[in-house]
Design a protein around this ligand. Sequence first.
Ligand code: KG4
Ligand code: ZN
Length: 340
Amino acid sequence: MKILGIETSCDETSAAVIEGISSDNQPELKLLSNIIASQTDIHARFGGVVPEVASRRHVELIIPTIQEALDKAELTLDDIDCIGVINRPGLIGALIVGVAAAKTISFASNIPLVAVHHLEAHIYANWLTGNKIEFPAVCLVVSGGHSDLIYMTGHGQYEILARTRDDAAGECFDKCARSMGLGYPGGPEIDKLAKQGNPHSVQFPRAKVGDTLDFSFSGLKTAVIRYVEGFAGKPPLPDLAASFQAAVVDVLVDHTFKAAVDKGVKQVMMAGGVAANSGLQSAIKERGEELGIAVSAPPPVLCTDNAAMAAVAAYFARQRGESSDLDLDSYASEPLGVRQ
Ligand code: KG4
Ligand code: ZN
């Protein structure tokens, strides 16, 4: 089965093709193309994504991006068995562009359509790593808009164990990077700088929210901003980046493995843009080895927004018999697990 994935929820216009070959419970998935037309340069000068600008750019890029994904896979629409499109949650004007394109192609070429939740897509990037994923599993989903711990007992089965009470981890990376005078998006900039710094040089807070596993990053953000403002000259950025990153990583790793141990799972997955962070990836893999819990982490290009993850999630949704109608809508916010 060949699936065309489409993703336009934020500032990446992306189209991808995967091929899924069914076997008993671990299908073979081949990534045939994954085209990501990034708008980062356009938004960087504003220090963040400007929704109206993003929608307009998606309109310009969506058809060439889909065509490029088909060309790279050496296929035409005649070869495609299903279209998986991310329709929730995200910037509404941006989502509408991808959904309109998907519905038009579905109608014109008579190809079944499946709506995909953005976080579900992030999680399903783990099935492109070649790792065997065992259920039940705990997945840490950390992106620009979300920081969730999700318990999965099977495909399409999600229980939210924890979420952030304020800023998402990615938002915290971006805002702290901005206060340090770094470019947008801040996560990759901090990741790079942190490699040269001492993570123990500044003691930043690691917030706890009662006895829950929920996250809170707004105190850390304020602490970093105050630290920068309180410095007479320019603060030592590598040490600051390393200390900040260590504070985020400590909390994410601790909560993820507390959840894994509480639930008695032997599988942890990582997903979302912040999961691309090299410090986070090594810390989670290290803790997993200590505890004898398998860790799956997609490569950075499959952690940040892309359409391959949408195609994989759609593949599994089709296996469960799901499909969407042509009256499919887009939703700015929608919890994971709600079917469209
Ligand atoms: O999943 P994603 O691409 O888009 C959303 O769904 O939000 O995540 C974007 C977030 C941004 O906040 C970006 O700074 C962060 O992921 N990010 C990183 C890294 N790469 C991207 N954060 C830390 N380290 C990275 N290497
Ligand atoms: Zn995302």
